[in-house]
Design a protein around this ligand. Structure first.
Ligand code: ZN
Length: 144
């Protein structure tokens, strides 16, 4: 078990777009385990790889024990704009008013490299949009 160092604002690592994962090897599995441990340690519900200085398109989510791993995720459909409030582990102790899509459909890969499509609604959808923004080097305080 490894708790990784959390990268916080205004570190420039957070504004860099992450690289797509091409090789699905043991290292990815280790990254995923470390990211879940780190997220749990910091009481987060979602964590993007660049928040722990891993330059790969990788997200882990744990909402009420519903765990999700997203590799090279991409939003392919979105609808219903809603107002919401979000916080970010990389910008501690702040809450931002944001607008997100309530419903999204994403295309992603699992840890074996298999492509699949998933649809989400509500909190998990908001969380995924937040984390995909991270992978693209975009932070929540862009909404200010
Ligand atoms: Zn965040």
């Amino acid at each position: 078990m490894s708790i990784l160092k959390l990268i916080t604002y205004p570190n420039k690592i957070l504004t860099r777009k992450t690289k797509k994962i091409k090789n699905f090897n043991k290292k990815i599995v280790k990254n995923i385990i470390d990211m879940f441990d780190t997220m749990k340690y910091y009481n987060g519900i979602g964590l993007a790889s660049n928040q722990v200085n891993i330059n790969k398109s990788l997200i882990v989510i744990n909402i009420n024990n519903y765990k999700l791993i997203l590799i090279n995720p991409k939003i392919i459909k979105k609808k219903q704009i809603i107002k919401t409030k979000e916080s970010c582990l990389s910008i501690p102790n702040k809450i931002y008013n944001t607008k997100r899509y309530n419903i999204i459909k994403i295309k992603t890969k699992n840890k074996k490299g298999k492509i699949f499509k998933l649809k989400f609604k509500g909190l998990i959808s908001i969380c995924i949009q937040h984390e995909i923004d991270h992978l693209n080097g975009k932070l929540i305080n862009n909404f200010k």
